[in-house]
Structures are given as C-alpha cells and as structure tokens.
Design a protein around this ligand. Structure first.
Ligand code: FES
Length: 77
C-alpha cells in the first residue's frame, strides 16, 4: 500500500492510524477502540507535504520509510 501525501500545517496535531481500520487513512477515526493498537500523535513543526505510511509497516511512524516496497515478513509460528 502506497504512502499518502498530506499537506500538514505548522503547529497542527495529527493522529496517525496504526491499526489500519480507519476509513479516513492515514488518520485515526476511532475504529481501533477495543483493539490492541492506539493512534500515534504527530505535531507538525512546519508547513510541509509529508508522506504518511499507509502499509503500517514503517519503522518511523507515522511517516513512510519505504517499507511498503519490501516483502511482508511471514507470520510468526
Ligand atoms: S482507527 Fe486505527 S489507530 Fe485509530
């Protein structure tokens, strides 16, 4: 899943969806409630176009680190 470009505004707070269930990707819509994940807070330091992770595999949440291009790890056994 490709990252999602967002024009953030300096000083604004954004809540990135970590669980993948939100209908408002890449941001949280509350769908995580009752699950194991919680959203990640991001505060923009400057006006900028940023690429938010949509695959939820980034090692640098909430921003894309290119992990969507790598094969997914096999499930733990
Ligand atoms: S809906 Fe996914 S973290 Fe809130």
């Amino acid at each position: 899943m490709e990252p999602i470009a967002v024009d953030v505004k300096a000083g604004e707070t954004y809540w990135w969806c970590r669980c993948g269930k939100s209908a408002k990707q890449p941001f949280c819509d509350g769908s995580h409630k009752g699950g194991e994940f919680a959203p990640v807070k991001y505060q923009a330091a400057a006006d900028a176009r940023l690429w938010f992770c949509a695959c939820k595999r980034t090692a640098s949440p909430p921003l894309c680190d290119g992990s969507h291009r790598k094969p997914a790890a096999p499930p733990a056994s």
